[in-house]
Design a protein around this ligand. Sequence first.
Ligand code: ADP
Ligand code: MG
Length: 322
Amino acid sequence: MHLTEFTIIYEYLSRLVCQRDDVNVGIGDDAAIVTVPENYELVITMDTIVEGVHFFPDTCPSHIAYKALAVNLSDLAAMGATPAYFTLSLTLPHSDQRWIEKFCEGLAPIIIDQQIQLIGGDITQGPLSITIQAHGYIEKNKAIRRNGAKPGDIIFVTGALGISALAVQLLENKLTLNTTDHYERVMNRFYRPPYRVGVGHALRGIASAMIDISDGLAADLNNILIQSRIGASIYTKRLPISPDVTLAMSQEDAILLALSGGEDYELCFTLPPHRVGHLQHLTFDTPITMIGEISNEHGLRCINSVGHDLSLRRLGYEHFEG
Ligand code: ADP
Ligand code: MG
């Protein structure tokens, strides 16, 4: 069934709303109005996803919605911020009721989990694309930036790596898996990436730099290196490669996927050595793995299990090499 813009907004999107005290005016006026708590800063991030570029045509709308919101929260998490509200711009080829219902189903669990409010947005007609702008709070000057890593700092990542890149290979029919269980696990992780808000919180005042892994560990860690004007060594034998990845390919291929595969949405962060002990006193809902250290020497070195440098040039990352 075809829906009007009015129906989409007031029968579907408005009903998703969790009412927050700091939202003075939400959906329904010309613009939203919010109150930022005293001594806090507003942290703002935005991501657009386009059909055929960021997701395959005919992807279930609930997956699209979940991922669009989760990746924004991952950016807030990587700053140490607490998500508060978001806006949503939908460009739809047609306004299909079933599509909107499914889309809302994808947003709902994260809205409830994080108590974030949809406060406004826009709807236009055109090729399918979704933009979400998420807003969060952080105490003044407490945000964890990309530019704070220092030589000697230890590098960590959360969770497991490589699984989303494996999912892309499956969707592109470059690889098949032996069991449906395995396939379901990989796809579920791809469509429902983590947003490590709790980890981000725990690391405020402790981590010297942090980034979320959207383009692949090597590429994103390299962003910390550039902004912090330092270099790093990481060790392939330490990488927390997802068991679902090692099950599907050779160890060598799995390492390349863990280094260069995008969309894991894990956090990569650095800690000064004297603060590494703090980790023991924190509880995380995911494993944390030490993968290397920051050095004076510029560029990213990736050292394999026999102590040789892995050529990142082979991965197409020649700009990493100093
Ligand atoms: P305007 O013409 O002033 O842009 P709209 O009719 O587009 O107003 O929107 C009416 C209200 O609905 C506004 O408060 C707007 O923020 C909200 N809105 C529109 N599209 C969305 C959307 N995709 N998600 C959430 N709120 C939306
Ligand atoms: Mg409008």
